[in-house]
Design a binder for this molecule. Structure first.
Ligand code: FES
Ligand code: FES
Length: 170
């Protein structure tokens, strides 16, 4: 069964007719040719497909496109402002926080969503008293984003530097 929806992605509206079984990830990649989110597992296990949905991070392979009609979808590409990269983009480059780069757009969207969660005071499984974005907190909160190149040693400081700049890390 088909359904007519409008996908709002990185600030642009896209009217689409989609099979109701189409995932947001497939709609983005196969229909809109937005290859920023990557397909790793297609089962919600790797985080490569992470995008922001109305500002909250989601695995787009687990979201049906018909359920996000008119919601605001932001990919890693959309975090940039024109030609200006987002602070997380810059930090990942400065900290050499990738090797092949396949997981990177998902890592960056996840980090952006995660910093917003910390700013809102959301605790994680390793939070003790106050919410402070320590390295242990970053590792826990980013644990849904796997890196098959194991660039974690540089991903954590890349995220930590932006978190410190944004005042969510002491
Ligand atoms: S492709 Fe979505 S979590 Fe792996
Ligand atoms: S940089 Fe290769 S998967 Fe993360």
């Amino acid at each position: 069964m088909d359904s007519e929806i409008t996908l709002r992605v990185d600030g642009a509206a896209h009217p689409l007719t989609v099979d109701t079984r189409t995932t947001l990830l497939d709609a983005l990649r196969e229909r809109l040719r937005n290859t920023s989110p990557k397909k790793g597992c297609d089962h919600g296990q790797c985080g490569a497909c992470t995008v922001l949905l109305d500002g909250r991070r989601v695995n787009s392979c687990l979201v049906l496109a018909v359920t996000v009609d008119d919601a605001e979808v932001t990919t890693s590409n959309g975090l940039a402002t024109g030609d200006q990269p987002h602070a997380l983009h810059r930090s990942f480059v400065e900290h050499d926080a990738f090797q092949c780069g396949y997981c990177t757009p998902g890592q960056i969207c996840s980090a952006a969503g995660m910093i917003a969660e910390v700013r809102a005071g959301w605790p994680s499984a390793v939070t003790t008293d106050e919410v402070d974005l320590t390295d242990a907190e970053i590792r826990e909160r980013m644990s849904g984003n796997l890196c098959r190149c194991a660039a974690y040693a540089n991903i954590v400081p890349a995220v930590a530097a932006v978190a410190a700049d944004e005042g969510v890390r002491r």
